[in-house]
Design a protein around this ligand. Sequence first.
Ligand SMILES: [Zn+2]
Length: 327
Amino acid sequence: MSVEQERDRAVAGRARQNVFAGIDMDRMAERRDDRLWVDELEASADSHFLVLDSEGMAFSAPDDERIAWMTPAMRSERFGDVPATLLGIANGRAYFTLVVDEVHAEIFTALSHARRVGLRDAGLLFPTFEAGLFAYAKGITHWQRQTRFCSSCGSPVLLVASGHRAQCTNADCAHMHFPRTDAAIIVIVEHGDACLLGRQRGWPKGRYSTLAGFIEPGESLEDAVRREVREESGVEVAHATYHSSQPWPLPASLMVGFTATARTTDIRLRDDELEDARWFTAQQIVDGMKSGTLAVPPPLSVSYRLIEHWLALRGVDLGELTGHKQA
Ligand SMILES: [Zn+2]
């Protein structure tokens, strides 16, 4: 294997380790408009429906840490008027999602002995595929909820393509709306033997994390890395390199992870951004975590992966410190 191939493989592997990323599914984008075909799939006895409540919580089975699926039979008997969105096909089975109101959420809870679970908890509890599917379902249904009226002319929109597009109902406008994703960068900046971590007001005591922020119009990802780091900490970035990305539908983001090298070290905080930012050596992170004065974000996030990666290059296993072992 060439150096390039090895590097490509390492990068691909990293993204798949991020929670919610890398689900193995054919989204069937080219067939979503075939209403008859989608109807047939919806009625197929093997199809699975991922149920969400109006707050975007899912339902987990009582005895294990998995999704409580709604069956097509249960749907047609009790929930037939609730429209479903095709997520895709995996291992020959079709997966849909649907959002139920509070009355139907209670009925489903009782029928399935299910309990409600939020995406953050599910990310650490559910198997990879189910956690990723929940994130996908939460993201697309959030966009559907937010897209009721045409942003061009103000007329109501109609969901088409099994929920993946919204068509303006005003024939003179007919604008087509697509689900949107808001990209944000997240970056571990290093200088010499130290990395830059910051904390926001209101975070749990002692928690520090990598810097992050949304991309603005007219910016490349690298531009956003430089601007965010400068705005939040006053530190100037020399180089930024892509690390991995993660779907983050809370409510509609894609986190794009970077490693970066600083060319200045002076920290200047702005009032409205971070409460504190500091340079930490690997040893300071180890000592801080062992003594309980320093904490990193939960293993759910890209920030955890970036810190883990940075420490691993210095011979430190973050999983040993947090008790979280890589699956
Ligand atoms: Zn319109």
